[in-house]
Design a protein around this ligand. Structure first.
Ligand SMILES: Cc1cc2nc3c(=O)[nH]c(=O)nc-3n(C[C@H](O)[C@H](O)[C@H](O)COP(=O)(O)O)c2cc1C
Length: 158
């Protein structure tokens, strides 16, 4: 099933984010994630599904919230960096720490800031719900992921 599952779900085009957070010591953590969905308007909720085995999972469990950095079309390398096994993916990244303490990457199309609202165990992943408390929008084309490859939109929506 797992090959068929991957192949079926790969036909659902998504955007690509780098989810970031900070642990109790203020250490930044980040992970490339496309399993992100808008959930509710009132309150404003979204969800992100995180593999229990990922280092980011432990960081998120102890955190007050997280930021979603929505990647731009020219940020494939950033997506790869934060999906890899580098000890410190932030070493090569251009970022600042936002007012809530979460790392905010430069050059993205949006920052979405969330406080942790709840979690739900789902198979080998945990669904983390975030209540959106703010964010920022920037111009640019989005990075998309479709059929296991990176792509973008043909149109500029500015
Ligand atoms: C485009 C793309 C989307 C991804 N989306 C998710 C996701 O939504 N949730 C998840 O847990 N892992 C996702 N991953 C995989 C993680 O980024 C990757 O497994 C993780 O960074 C590895 O962490 P580890 O070194 O702690 O195992 C995605 C990877 C890529 C390239």
């Amino acid at each position: 099933m797992s090959d068929q599952f991957r192949s079926l779900l790969s036909r659902f085009a998504t955007g690509v984010t780098v989810a970031t957070t900070a642990d109790a010591d203020g250490k930044p953590w980040g992970m490339t994630a496309s399993a992100v969905t808008s959930v509710s308007l009132e309150p404003p909720l979204l969800l992100i599904c995180v593999d229990r085995e990922a280092k980011f999972h432990a960081a998120l469990h102890g955190a007050t919230g997280f930021a979603l950095n929505v990647l731009a079309a020219d940020q494939k390398n950033l997506s790869r960096t934060f999906a890899g096994s580098l000890a410190d993916p932030f070493a090569s990244a251009d970022y600042r720490i936002g007012p809530d303490g979460f790392p905010l990457l430069a050059g993205v199309v949006a920052h979405i800031i969330c406080s942790r609202w709840g979690t739900f165990d789902a198979g080998d992943h945990t669904v983390f719900f975030g209540e959106v408390s703010g964010g920022e929008i920037f111009e640019g084309l989005p990075l998309l992921h479709y059929r296991s490859k990176y792509t973008t939109t043909a149109m500029n929506h500015n």
